[in-house]
Design a protein around this ligand. Structure first.
Ligand code: NAP
Ligand code: GLV
Length: 314
């Protein structure tokens, strides 16, 4: 039985993943997905390890027993109409990746609190201008999504002295975090926050959450940090909110279309910071151990970890 690798990785990345996975599993029979996989190769696939796989790549695998994603977010996979139903889908949950996300969120929040993005903009214009200094304990940050990433981010922000609130679908309790849930909770939390950090999964319920209406609910002059998925934000509405001054800044790691098209107005907007989807990248060294543990659990008939609830969408 072989392990299928269906990814958007180049050859060196694939080789690295194979090495790291074999470090934990021992020698494996590998099958690297390509559009012309033969019947015998398809028959032999027991487990698919996937990272941004081409749509349709997981169909026609009669012995498939597990799909293990190397990505935390599985929205693209769940949108694939050819995704086999009834095969368990596990996502990547890696504490090292959560910490990487916390570093990105802290950088963005701290830069917004202390005005460092504004000073960078002023430097481009050779403008010497001091702004008032804000204390962390008077700076309100809202984290949307209190799952693996959101909880780690909220905890890091609390430890750095910020006034942190969080929002989730079900009520949550986290030390030092004012927790809100449900649609009413969102309205209240948005009205207070000076920075909103988005760490929601992309689902039918969260797609387009940041639209013209939401921007009017956000505190005047607040900023958005989107580290989750581009389609959470209606980009045209975001540009209007920035132009009207309702929003002060946007720090964006993810976009509805990636790579962000060269003609996107977001590239050159003076109050938008663009990152190329790098807020928390999967690290083969730490993540291979986690993926391999699920492969071993499946083969030993044990419970699988980090299974996705397809009906819920995350
Ligand atoms: P997770 O553990 O599944 O947590 C999801 C959180 O969102 C949970 O707290 C959940 O609420 C909440 N949620 C879901 N739907 C909601 C809704 N309709 N209303 C309110 N709250 C809702 O996910 P994660 O591991 O933290 O990852 C979050 C996302 O980060 C991923 O899906 C991915 O898109 C993104 N990501 C981005 C990068 C990057 O580099 N930019 C890297 C990794 C991940 P409950 O607690 O009530 O279930
Ligand atoms: C990256 O965006 C991931 O979902 O892992």
């Amino acid at each position: 039985m072989s392990l299928l690798l269906a990814t958007s990785f180049d050859a060196p990345e694939l080789a690295l993943w194979q090495t790291e996975l074999e470090r934990h599993l021992g020698p494996e029979r590998w099958c690297v997905w390509h559009p012309d996989l033969g019947a015998a190769e398809r028959e032999a696939v027991e487990i698919a390890i996937v990272a941004n796989p081409p749509p349709g790549s997981l169909q026609g695998l009669p012995r498939l027993r597990l799909i293990q994603s190397l990505w935390a977010g599985v929205d693209r996979l769940l949108r694939d109409p050819a995704l086999p139903t009834g095969v368990p889908l596990a996502r990547m949950v890696d504490p090292a990746m959560n910490e990487a996300m916390a570093e990105t969120a802290l950088w963005a929040v701290l830069s917004l609190q202390r005005g460092y993005f504004d000073y960078a903009e002023q430097q481009r214009e050779a403008r010497w201008l001091r702004h008032g200094q804000r204390r962390a304990d008077a700076f309100r940050v809202l984290v949307l999504g209190l799952g693996e990433m959101g909880r780690t981010v909220a905890g890091r922000l609390v430890r750095n002295g910020y006034r942190v609130a969080g929002w989730s679908r079900r009520p949550a309790a986290l030390p030092g975090v004012a927790c809100y849930a449900g649609p009413e909770g969102l309205e209240q939390a948005l009205a207070e926050a000076e920075v909103v950090v988005n760490l929601l999964p992309l689902t039918p319920a969260t797609e387009g959450l940041f639209n013209a209406r939401t921007f009017t609910r956000m505190r005047e002059g607040s900023s958005l940090v989107n580290l989750a998925r581009g389609s959470h934000v209606v980009e045209a509405d975001l540009l209007v909110a920035l132009e009207e001054g309702r929003l002060h800044r946007a720090v964006l790691d993810v976009f509805a279309r990636e790579p962000l098209p060269a003609d996107s107005l977001l590239w050159s907007h003076p109050r938008v910071t663009v990152l190329p989807h790098v807020a928390a990248q999967t690290d083969p060294v730490t993540a291979a151990r986690i993926a391999a543990a699920n492969v071993r659990a499946l083969r030993a008939g044990q419970a699988l970890s980090h299974l996705v609830d397809a009906a819920r969408g995350y």
